[in-house]
Structure formats: structure tokens, C-alpha cells
Design a protein around this ligand. Structure first.
Ligand code: NAP
Length: 294
């Protein structure tokens, strides 16, 4: 982590180094892989399913396989054409659910037209649902029970832990309420005894709510939505948002404006982003360990 003093203000803002924290998570995962392999005679295995030709999805899936190889997780890459019939995908997921050597199944979203993201995701066995997107895992997260937690929310919680956030009794504000990010982040914060408020597009006075936050998590997809005057001095600000702009990725937080107000803030890129794949690897090993122990 790096610390920089901002002139003309009393606040020193810590820039949370997601790359370094993600590297530490990957190192721990690699150690668990070695341990699993020596105990079980095989490496944990992830299978990705990519349907169609979306270029961004191809990049994401390739990155996931590269990351698996780096920590010793075995991975398989199932690719299907965009006009794949639902029955074929259903059969593939069913086969993978029944394969004993497969620990994690990742269905890359969004699926092409004709295939429903939610109903296809729901077919994945909850024990192998390393994206944490089935209703079984979502429900367990909401109930504060052990689960395969969605990767980005899990990454947010690790960043908060590493920065030393005191969550018990803290006012936490989550901006965004998607099933993928906002809702699980809110549930995880609640499980850590924060007082949680979730904002969304119909929230009446966003700034009035965000200014109360000791911990502010922005997961919207609206570039620079959160300015310095929306942040309580000293707050911890986690920026999940990523919008592709002309000069690369832009977060939901106006970093330069918030720097010098917040106590700590994640940059984009280099904050939450690197945590997501690290947590996917972590979930794959967790799924392998849990299945082996079951
Ligand atoms: P999403 O499904 O589009 O949800 C966005 C949420 O933001 C919705 O709940 C929406 O409210 C709310 N919202 C929109 N405009 C708002 C405004 N002006 N004020 C307050 N709330 C507003 O997006 P998502 O999948 O959660 O992703 C959010 C962002 O995180 C995106 O930029 C995405 O690219 C990024 N992301 C990053 C990672 C990573 O690894 N770094 C992973 C996942 C997602 P309503 O519900 O009322 O529509």
C-alpha cells in the first residue's frame, strides 16, 4: 500500500493497492493447491463455458485460464457457438455437475440471445458454483452462512479487511443493488455488523446518504459519480465501477477529487479489479476442499 500526503488538507489518503493484495491472495491459493494436490493426487479443476463470440468475454475467459495456470489449478475451456440450443448447454452443465474431477464450473455471462443467463446459471451445482451466482449461494450469503461468495463482493471485503476497516457499528453505504455486486456486498457488510444503507437509481438525495458513510462502496457503472463533497472526511471508499473510456477504465469515484478527503480509496484500475480473479481462484480451491471433505 502507498500513502501520499495531499497538500492543503489535513487528511492523508491511503491508496489501496489491489494488485498487491490480490497477489497475496493468489500466493495463499497456490499454497493450498499444493496441499490439496499432495493429499488428493490431483489439482483442483475449473471448467469455463463460453458461448458465442463476444470479444470481451473471450478476453475475460483467457485471463481466467492464465490465472489458473499461474497457481496450479487445472482448467478446461468449453467453447460453444452463439446459436447453441438450450438443450445442449443444459446437457453440458449436467455432465460437469456429475464429473467428480470438476470442482468449479463458470458460465461466462452474458449468454447470447436465446439463452437465459439466470436459468442457465441456476443449473450449476451450488457446490461447484465458483461465481457464487446461484440462488442457493446468494441465499446463503444473505443469511450470513458459509457459501461460495460472488468474487467481486468477496474481493471488496478482503480489501476492507486489509485496510483495517472497523465494520462493527460502522455506517456503510453501498451504491448499486445488482445481484452480482451491490446486494451481496450489502449482505456481507451486514454480516460484519455494519449499519448498511443501499442506494440505487431512485435514491432521492444520494449525496446526503453517501456523506454519512464510514465505508462507501460504489458499484454503479457511472464514471466519476462520487465526488469529494459526497464523501465523509476519513471514510474508506471502495470503487467497484469500471466503465471503458477513451483513456482506459474509469471508476465510479472521481479519484483526484476524493483523494485528500477519504481516509483510503481504491484506484481504477488496480483496486477491486485484480481481486475478482484472485477470489475466483480462491473459490475454486474452496469448492475442491469442501467437496473433498464432504
Ligand atoms: P448493474 O447491474 O448495471 O447495476 C448498477 C446499479 O447501479 C443498479 O442497482 C442501479 O440502480 C444503480 N445506479 C445506476 N445509476 C445510479 C445513480 N445515478 N445513482 C445511484 N445508483 C445508480 O451493474 P453491476 O453489474 O452491479 O456493476 C456495477 C459496476 O461494477 C459496473 O461498472 C461494472 O463494470 C463494475 N464491475 C466491476 C467488476 C470488477 O471486477 N472490477 C466486477 C463486476 C462489476 P437500479 O437498480 O435502480 O437500476
Amino acid at each position: 500500500m502507498t500513502e501520499t500526503d495531499t497538500p492543503n488538507t489535513a487528511i492523508t489518503t491511503e491508496v489501496i493497492d489491489g494488485k498487491a493484495i490480490a497477489a497475496a491472495v493468489r500466493k495463499q491459493v497456490a499454497e493450498r493447491v499444493v496441499h490439496f494436490e499432495s493429499a488428493r493426487g490431483r489439482a483442483p479443476r475449473l471448467v469455463t463455458i463460453l458461448v458465442g463470440d463476444d470479444p470481451a468475454s473471450h478476453v475475460y475467459v483467457n485471463n481466467k485460464h492464465k490465472a489458473c495456470a499461474e497457481v496450479g489449478i487445472a482448467s478446461e475451456d468449453e467453447r460453444l457457438p452463439a446459436d447453441t440450443k438450450p438443450e445442449l448447454l443444459v446437457r453440458l452443465i449436467d455432465e460437469l455437475n456429475h464429473r467428480d474431477d470438476v470442482d468449479g464450473i463458470l458460465l461466462q455471462l452474458p449468454l447470447p440471445a436465446g439463452l437465459d443467463d439466470d436459468s442457465m446459471t441456476e443449473l450449476i451445482s451450488p457446490a461447484k458454483d465458483v461465481d457464487g451466482l446461484t440462488t442457493a449461494n446468494a441465499g446463503r450469503v444473505m443469511q450470513g452462512r458459509d457459501a461460495l461468495v460472488p468474487c467481486t463482493p468477496s474481493g471488496v471485503m478482503i480489501l476492507l479487511e486489509k485496510v483495517g476497516a472497523q465494520l462493527t457499528g460502522a455506517e456503510a453505504v453501498v451504491v448499486g443493488r445488482s445481484n452480482l455486486v451491490g446486494k451481496p456486498v450489502a449482505s456481507l457488510l451486514l454480516a460484519q455488523n455494519a449499519t448498511v444503507t443501499t442506494c440505487h437509481s431512485r435514491t432521492r438525495d444520494l449525496a446526503e446518504v453517501t456523506r454519512r458513510a464510514d465505508v462507501l462502496v460504489a458499484c454503479v457503472g457511472s464514471p466519476k459519480l462520487i465526488s469529494g463533497d459526497m464523501v465523509k472526511p476519513g471514510a474508506i471508499v471502495i470503487d467497484v465501477g469500471t466503465t471503458r473510456g477513451q483513456n482506459g477504465l474509469v471508476g465510479d469515484v472521481d479519484f483526484d477529487n476524493v483523494h485528500g478527503v477519504a481516509g483510503a480509496v481504491t484506484p481504477v484500475p488496480g483496486g477491486v479489479g485484480p481481486m475478482t480473479i484472485a477470489c475466483l481462484l480462491d473459490n475454486t480451491v474452496k469448492a475442491a476442499e469442501s467437496r473433498a471433505d464432504a
